[in-house]
Design a protein around this ligand. Structure first.
Ligand code: MF3
Ligand code: CO
Ligand code: CO
Length: 268
């Protein structure tokens, strides 16, 4: 098969190439597309309801109720012991913030809501930022530039490109704006399981790392810090990731498929 030979030719040139199980069938991608449509609907539903004065537990309730009512399952719940249905990461929380009835959204907060839906066995994973009340100009700019990092990265996704192209453009755009890119956590293959190979690093070098091939499905989910790139995990809950220096962090995430023509965004 010409396709396999082409991959093999990159491999003999010394490039890292995807394993066969990283390449989805059209039927699998169709399953992910449907999961993506529901995942987008969940995020749209949350967008309509998120407001100052609400607790992050109420966001968890909205996500769970809407997902279940539409035949889906919230992937985070019970995943490696994660206790809730969604991640809500506020201000200096980089990711994996746990919803709580004690955390009320207040004016000035920036919050990432990260939704992962399973529908008929297929996964879709996406997150958006929300601005609560009066948000500082600096925080708005961080949120905006982080979105730009994701959109620029999507433009790099094409067959016979490389994962390193994605990290390169994200790091370049973040640095140009005075920000840093989190490297301890990254994007990931997804679709049949929550987290699959490959690891999608948000820093990189063009033309390096794994070859991109039609049928690969993965997330891009840059976490961009106002200050340093260093992070730490909350020792008490084992999940919440904070910026080491207490600076703000923002994140946006899509699930994508590499197509023959370029890229298909499966979630928004
Ligand atoms: N949705 C996150 C991601 O983008 C993973 C959350 S894992 C959880 O990969 F257990 F915290 F939900
Ligand atoms: Co993800
Ligand atoms: Co996610």
């Amino acid at each position: 098969m010409a396709f396999d030979q082409k991959i093999r030719s990159y491999e003999v040139q010394g490039h890292e190439v995807p394993e066969p199980e990283m390449i989805k069938t059209p039927a699998q991608i169709e399953g992910m597309r449907k999961a993506g449509i529901l995942n987008t609907a969940v995020l749209d539903y949350v967008s309509e309801h998120v407001r100052e004065g609400m607790t992050t537990q109420e966001i968890d309730d909205l996500v769970r109720e809407y997902t279940v009512a539409h035949g889906g399952i919230c992937a985070p719940y019970g995943y490696e012991g994660y206790p809730k249905s969604v991640c809500t990461s506020i201000n200096n929380v980089v990711c994996h913030g746990i919803p709580s009835k004690d955390r009320v959204l207040k004016s000035g907060d920036i919050v990432n809501i990260d939704v992962t839906t399973i529908l008929d066995g297929y996964y879709a994973d996406a997150s958006r930022m929300f601005l609560i009340g009066n948000v500082s100009e600096e925080a708005r700019r961080l949120v905006e530039v982080t979105k730009e990092c994701l959109e620029l990265a999507v433009k790099e996704v094409k067959p016979w490109g490389f994962l390193g192209d994605i990290g390169a453009v994200i790091d370049e755009h973040a640095r140009k704006n005075g920000y840093s890119v989190v490297i301890d956590i990254g994007g990931h293959g997804t679709g049949i399981q929550f987290h699959e190979e490959p690891y999608v690093c948000h820093v990189g070098e063009r033309g390096t790392d794994m070859l991109l091939v039609p049928g690969m499905t993965f997330t891009i989910e840059p976490m961009i810090n106002e200050g340093g790139y260093e992070v730490y995990i909350d020792e008490e809950d084992g999940w919440t990731v904070y910026t080491e220096d207490g600076s703000l962090s923002a994140q946006w995430e899509y699930t994508l498929a590499v197509t023959e023509e370029g890229v298909e965004i499966l979630t928004y």
